[in-house]
Design a protein around this ligand. Structure first.
Ligand SMILES: *Cc1c(COP(=O)(O)O)cnc(C)c1O
Length: 359
């Protein structure tokens, strides 16, 4: 469908400059990016361009009013040398919901998949092969109209960039510490918490910095009404093992529908492990950690996949979970998801989308 895709290559690949033993997260980008424009009521001109600066007007609506949405997914290289995208259909559906909330016109599905696949094919040498590393894929849609009046823009640009990224999970490293946020909130009922949009992240920066100043890796967000129920951690969904059951906050409109969250729940239910989606009061949680009922905690999100939580600070209390180490279920879920992503085990639910290198 995009066989006529206009492609402009950079004068030289930057790949030889990349040290794959020292990758960060989204600080270096592969040679190409995908671009698609919207104006006059339609999406047009799909093209692949060298990754690099773009021009927008200083009055661009995204810069002033944050009319933008994004996604995050990963491409993996297996031992069989096949390239797999993990559950891109979930990302597309979420992008569609985010677009609706931000008054951004719906993106035709074909551009999402074919844009990603064209990039992965062109820059396949950028996909790392060390276990845990991957090619992070970042689609974004920004309003590009220059307009200071507050109304939805009428011009947009969809772009996709890719970045080789490091492994996050390291069972030998200690689990992360979280600070329960009592002053600030990430999302309120009726707000944009359920959309993957820039403004949610802008609002989270200051609380995140305060937590880091106090020595905590991330914020544990509570609900915006009572500051009583656990919602999310940083940019991950959160899970607890309480009395043998796995529990995660239910989706009530303020929590992002994580692809990793859904994958964890599905894998646990496949194994006959009960998973409860319900409200979790912070008092109940801290008490459960203190009396030993809560035996594991972990965050779930595309970047880290699974991030063990070893410490939670609430009011004047600091409680430790599983001696501050990754628990057995946490480790097992990380291993299971990684094996599926690398094609080392049966992909029972058809989550992987294999990208053929020859189009
Ligand atoms: C992206 C994101 C997540 C994780 O979602 P995944 O699809 O698993 O990557 C969780 N919370 C927030 C706020 C996010 O933006």
């Amino acid at each position: 469908m995009l066989s006529d895709l206009r492609t402009v290559h950079p004068p030289a690949s930057r790949l030889p400059e990349v040290n794959f033993d020292d990758l960060g997260f989204g600080n270096i980008f592969s040679d190409h990016m995908f671009s698609l424009r919207y104006d006059d009521g339609r999406w047009h001109t799909p093209e692949v361009l060298p990754y690099g600066p773009i021009e927008v007007e200083p009055s661009c609506v995204t810069l002033h009013y944050g009319q933008s949405v994004f996604e995050g997914l990963k491409a993996f290289r297996g031992h069989d040398e096949r390239i797999r995208l993990f559950r891109p259909d979930m990302n597309f559906q979420r992008l569609a919901r985010s677009c609706e909330r931000l008054c951004i016109p719906a993106l035709p599905e074909q551009y999402f998949y074919e844009g990603i696949e064209a990039l992965v094919r062109l820059d396949h040498k950028w996909i790392p092969s060390k276990r845990g590393q991957s090619l992070y894929v970042r689609p974004i849609i920004i309003g590009t109209e220059g307009l200071l009046e507050v109304r939805p823009g009428r011009e947009f640009r969809f772009m996709i960039m890719t970045a080789p990224v490091r492994a996050y999970f390291d069972a030998s490293a200690s689990a992360i510490g979280l600070k329960v946020e009592e002053r600030f909130t990430r999302a309120a009922p009726g707000g944009t918490g359920v959309a993957k949009t820039a403004g949610n992240y802008a609002a989270s920066l200051y609380p995140g910095e305060c937590a880091r100043d106090e020595g905590y890796a991330q914020v544990l967000w509570l609900d915006g009404v009572e500051h009583r129920y656990v919602e999310e951690v940083g940019a991950m969904n959160i899970f607890f093992r309480i009395g043998g059951k796995v529990v995660t906050p239910e989706l009530r409109g303020t929590i992002l529908h994580g692809v990793t969250r859904d994958s964890v729940i599905t894998l646990l239910r496949d194994a006959g492990e009960p998973v409860e989606e319900r409200r979790i009061a912070i008092d109940e949680l801290v008490e459960g950690i203190r009396n030993g009922e809560v035996t594991e905690a972990f965050g779930a999100g595309t970047a880290a996949i699974i991030a063990p939580v070893g410490k939670i600070a609430y009011k004047d209390d600091v409680v430790t979970i599983n001696n501050g180490e990754a628990g057995p279920l946490t480790q097992d879920l990380y291993d299971q998801i990684t094996r599926i992503q690398l094609g080392e085990t049966n992909d029972l639910h058809g989550w992987n989308r294999v990208v053929a290198l020859e189009a």
